[in-house]
Design a protein around this ligand. Structure first.
Ligand code: HEM
Length: 184
């Protein structure tokens, strides 16, 4: 994954737990990269090792780390570093969700090595939709839940996310029922 992802994991840990804890996590992960370059591509393994080590050092389940990371990504990383992309994708949660399937494909021009997730929205209603998440990577469904929670906060729109199909339990892909309480 592009370095911006690992860098964002680093930012989140340092913000919540400080530099010393981050160094412990990096050491436990056996990751020797000093500075992650946002626009450089790194092996996915590095990200998984960092999340796994964070789970061990902080004594929190990896799923929880990934959820928190999803929120952090939307509320800090995307907001500060890629605000233009976020603004262009929608002014309200429903609008943003409808644009999500095309969100990463627009970025492949700038990031040619991007291997983005694929999203599809079905059963779009005034206050709900089904979000289909396809990825060649494993275990990132909790990250999607955190991203959605972050988007709910970003748009001041209380949102409920219920996973109705679970790939790791044999489903074809992950599906989330996303419900929000205002139409704004
Ligand atoms: C400006 C905002 C965003 C940027 C710059 C961005 C960029 C990226 C990058 C660089 C990756 C790593 C993939 C790779 O390097 O091959 C990634 C992965 C991912 N992104 Fe985004 N993203 C943004 C917003 C979002 C939003 C709003 C969502 C969903 C609500 C999302 C969902 C995901 C997921 C689930 C992955 C994990 C990869 C996978 O499932 O295979 N991203 N994104």
């Amino acid at each position: 994954m592009y370095g911006m992802v690992n860098k964002a994991v680093e930012d989140m840990v340092i913000l919540k737990h400080g530099e010393v804890v981050w160094e412990q996590i990096k050491a436990k992960a056996g990751v020797e990269v000093d500075v992650f370059m946002s626009n450089e591509s790194y092996a996915d393994d590095i990200t998984y090792k960092l999340v796994g080590a964070a789970s061990q050092v902080l004594q929190v389940a990896t799923e929880q780390i990934l959820m928190e990371f999803g929120e952090h990504w939307v509320l800090y990383t995307a907001k500060d570093g890629y605000g233009g992309l976020m603004t262009a994708a929608g002014k309200t949660l429903p609008e943003f969700m409808r644009n999500l399937p095309n969100f990463h494909s627009r970025m492949t021009m700038v990031f040619p090595k991007l291997q983005p997730p694929h999203f599809e929205c079905t059963e779009i209603r005034e206050r709900s939709l089904k979000l289909h998440y396809h990825s060649h990577r494993q275990g990132l469904a909790p990250f999607v839940v955190g991203l959605m929670r972050g988007l709910g906060k970003k748009f001041n729109t209380p949102v409920t996310i219920l996973q109705t199909a679970i790939k790791s339990q044999g489903a074809d892909h992950d599906i989330f029922e996303v419900t929000w309480t205002t139409t704004s």
